[in-house]
Design a protein around this ligand. Structure first.
Ligand SMILES: [Zn+2]
Length: 107
């Protein structure tokens, strides 16, 4: 049976509105927040979003704080890694560690 619509996923509800790039960004976030994620406690793929930043495992009942749209936010880790990389090239690795720990204390 032929598909009636293109495979636009959850953002099909927007129709042609708002532009493709914005819809794609919404789709990425929206699908992540609705998907089941792996539980950090019992490893079951049963973690669902309860509300913004609150995640609950439907298998063991474990409730924990995470990102607003996904249980583990990777963007901040990526940014820290990208900032640490050029610093390590010029200096010793110990200096980079000190800078990182000082930064963590300040934040
Ligand atoms: Zn669990």
């Amino acid at each position: 049976m032929a598909r009636r619509t293109r495979q636009v996923g959850v953002v099909g509800r927007f129709g042609p509105r708002y532009g493709v790039r914005i819809r794609r960004r919404v789709q990425e976030i929206d699908e992540a927040q609705r998907a089941s994620h792996v539980c950090p406690k019992c490893q079951a793929p049963s973690v669902r979003r309860r509300s913004s930043g609150v995640w609950q495992c439907r298998h063991c009942g474990h409730v924990f704080a995470g990102g607003a749209y996904r249980p583990v936010v990777t963007t901040s880790f990526k940014r820290e890694a990208a900032e640490a990389q050029p610093a390590e090239e010029g200096r010793k690795s110990e200096d980079a560690k000190e800078a990182k720990s000082a930064k963590a204390e300040g934040a």
